[in-house]
Design a protein around this ligand. Structure first.
Ligand code: MRU
Length: 449
């Protein structure tokens, strides 16, 4: 047994069907980024650990390597490798990682974008914001909600053992560090909105003379922990609203076929997923005949992550290349496309993984409804339209290489935007945790908040 995971609670084996999903007791749990803060720690946290760190398992540039401990890592063993971010107090053992409510100790985020060829799990320790920034920017953690959660967790870890003399010192430090984290990946808005919210809260607390700096820090960490639970409940609501809307258009009792792009599931969020949450919900209702997922070049989130989640949950699914979508619409009856979002502008234009726009164009041609599933944490009411969204450019290497192997002719130039913007007029509806909105009605969400 490896000592790499010492002190981290045992992970259930994914092959163990007795480990049931909290959202569907008949489906085994899908590995996902969790916040499972376990250990029955009282609200005042009197048993705080002396040390706390975040660990990432998997990823390409990991600093500590070694054989994984099978009982724990089986859960993430895939053809490829896994990434787990953990915030551990080295105390909790044997707690079910899905037990979130009422128990406070371990934070974990799972990713599966490690090098496919190693087939080995590896760990990176994250001591704080600098490491958080790196794993986000290198896409060892990705997906708009997961980026925000991991970024904020890395700050929580960094300040966990820090003592602040004055409220001003605390405020300045967290403001600077949150803004730094926002810069790790510019398109997904979730990190920025989370930073704005947290900074706003701290400003309010600082104004109140009755709150000490220690209490401000406690509250701040608590808010970050709460993001994980909120994200899961948002996703469950998105699943319910999305399933209801999509199923409305098919004869009652019949099943349907869907298409999705990129990865929006348990591995891109705190759990359950957005677009993938909608698919899970339809599947849970026995109404899913089949789902198709795109490979999602160049980073292959569809082939690596979404396909993994489908196989894991035994959801009937087929992988297609990005270039097959038009043929798929022609040859199969696809009831709807459902994708996620990195940022929705206030007119409904939506930035999402590169390739989303062309799927929307083809869907329109084939009269296939096109839905975006996004929590309000992905909606940027400060941006009037999609053209104003900054699109992240990724390194050429993601296109020219598969792992270490070069596939493109040396010397060729590359253009590698990570996202594109689908105009609102190609979007049938935006599925949020508050309901489904026509894209040009998305501002109505503000009234419900
Ligand atoms: O570059 P990535 O993998 O971070 O892109 C992810 C996506 O485009 C997702 O669709 C989006 O972040 C929503 S995840 C719920």
């Amino acid at each position: 047994m490896s000592s790499l995971v010492d002190g981290v609670p045992s992970k259930p084996d994914v092959s163990d069907a007795s480990v049931m999903s909290p959202w569907n007791p008949t489906t085994p749990m899908c590995p996902r980024p969790w916040c499972s803060i376990t250990g029955n720690v009282p609200a005042n946290r009197q048993h705080r650990p002396k040390t706390q760190s975040v660990t990432i398992l998997g990823g390409a540039q990991d600093v500590r390597t070694g054989p994984p401990e099978a009982a724990r890592i089986n859960r993430y063993r895939v053809p490829g490798s896994g990434t787990v971010i953990r915030v551990s107090d080295r105390r909790s053992r044997n707690h079910h990682p899905e037990e979130i409510a009422g128990r406070r100790r371990i934070w974990e985020i799972v990713e599966l974008l490690g090098p496919q060829e190693t087939g080995r799990n590896r760990y990176i320790s994250i001591a704080g914001v600098e490491d958080g920034w790196k794993v986000i920017s290198k896409m060892q953690v990705r997906g708009a909600p997961a980026i925000a959660i991991v970024g904020c967790l890395s700050l929580a870890v960094e300040i966990y053992n820090e003592t602040f003399i004055t409220k001003q010192m605390f405020k300045q430090e967290i403001e600077g560090k949150l803004n730094y984290l926002v810069s790790a990946r510019p398109t997904a808005v979730n990190m920025k909105l989370a930073a704005d919210d947290l900074i706003g809260m701290v400003n309010d607390w600082v104004e109140k003379s009755v709150i000490s700096v220690t209490e401000i820090k406690e509250r701040f960490i608590h808010e970050i922990e709460a993001m994980l639970e909120k994200d899961i409940s948002n996703n469950m609501a998105i699943g319910t609203f999305g399933a209801e809307r999509i199923l409305k258009d098919v004869p009652s009792g019949s099943s349907l076929q869907l298409l999705t792009h990129c990865n929006t599931g348990s591995l891109a969020t705190a759990g359950y997923g957005t677009a993938l949450g909608v698919i899970r919900k339809i599947f849970d209702q026995n109404r899913l005949e089949h789902v198709f997922c795109t490979e999602t070049r160049p980073y292959n989130q569809g082939a690596r992550l979404t396909a993994y989640e489908f196989v894991h949950d035994k959801i009937p699914a087929t992988l297609v290349l990005d270039s097959m979508v038009a043929s798929l619409f022609k040859s199969r009856k696809i009831a709807a496309v459902v994708v996620g979002a990195d940022r929705v502008a206030s007119n409904g234009d939506t930035a999402n993984k590169i390739g989303t726009y062309q799927i929307a164009v083809v869907a329109k041609h084939h009269a296939v409804p096109f839905y975006v599933a996004a929590p309000s944490t992905s909606i940027d009411f400060e941006i009037s339209e999609g053209d104003r969204i900054e699109i992240e450019q990724r390194p050429d290497r993601e296109m020219t290489h598969i792992g270490e192997h070069r596939i493109a002719a040396p010397g060729i130039r590359c253009w590698n935007p990570a996202f594109d913007v689908t105009p609102a007029n190609l979007i049938t509806g935006i599925i949020t945790e508050k309901g489904v909105f026509a894209p040009n009605d998305i501002r109505k969400l503000l009234e419900l908040q």
